[in-house]
Design a protein around this ligand. Sequence first.
Ligand SMILES: Cc1cc2nc3c(=O)[nH]c(=O)nc-3n(C[C@H](O)[C@H](O)[C@H](O)COP(=O)(O)O)c2cc1C
Length: 321
Amino acid sequence: MIKIGSQKIDTNIFLSPLAGCADLAFRLIAREYGAKFCFFEMADANALTHGPGKNKEILMIHPDDTPIAAQLLGGDPQIMLEAAQILLGQIKPAFLDINAACPAKKVLKKRAGAYLVDEPDLLAAIIGKLTSSLPLPITVKLRSGFKQNDHGHIISVARKCEESGAAAIFIHGRTQRQLYAGEVDYEAIRLVKENVSIPIFGSGNILSVQLAKKMFDETGCDGILVARGAIGHPWIFREIEEYLKTGKIPEPIDLPRRIKVLERHLSYIEKIRQSRPSNKIGLMRRIALEYLKGLPNSTAIRRLIAPAKSYEQLVARCLSL
Ligand SMILES: Cc1cc2nc3c(=O)[nH]c(=O)nc-3n(C[C@H](O)[C@H](O)[C@H](O)COP(=O)(O)O)c2cc1C
């Protein structure tokens, strides 16, 4: 159990926000295999204040998809507040997270995402605005640095977040410049944990049960975010829980079982996604390849999946494996 502001949450292993990936279909499958707390995909504050648009699909709710948190991307305190109010008129998340982690150039240009790690006063103003105006806990997702790791800087950013009212900090232990590759700076996460008293969640390379344990052991963090480790591998949540309890390394999931879960995941996308069929099949093919990653005949599998033009064709091709 972990407390984030006023919210008691039953687990400290969360599904991380994954834009373009962790949609409702993804989350329902993750929950069936052990995820007890998830994030919606991030919503863009500017877009939200201009009408539902893409955020309509992002903020789809389902009775089985709870408890859940939302995340907002933006760099203007007033627009962030207006967007948050619109969002809270549609959904009831346990808390609302501010994205100060996205490394994409187009996001940095809008003075949002990881840009805020380098502009702690602006980040503090956003947190202050939201915490003083909204009835739910506000959290922040940080990178460990902007261009380079600077432990003194990230500690002072984290302290500022806490002073401004943040109820928890999620920290991806890579700089903006590292994007998603390279070493995770566990030391930065450990130092942040030591220097604030709100809950700290570690993120970065939680790709196996051993790496999940490493994040806890090396940083003393209160919880972890599972991100790429859950893509094509939704059972990782159950595996991590079991491993942390017993130390037992999980058995690899055999191909028939993987195909069964994949088929179910594809059926959820088919039922839930409202986007154009051409977009839907693209997403389905990407998801299928993630489930089938690491098999010895990967080139043949790619050749089998790529020409599938419809849900039915793709399922038939996967079942033929
Ligand atoms: C496809 C993809 C989309 C992501 N979208 C978001 C996002 O919207 N918000 C966010 O805070 N982090 C996002 N992230 C970052 C992850 O949540 C996580 O912090 C990062 O991938 C590090 O964890 P990992 O190395 O275990 O994947 C995304 C990562 C990926 C790979």
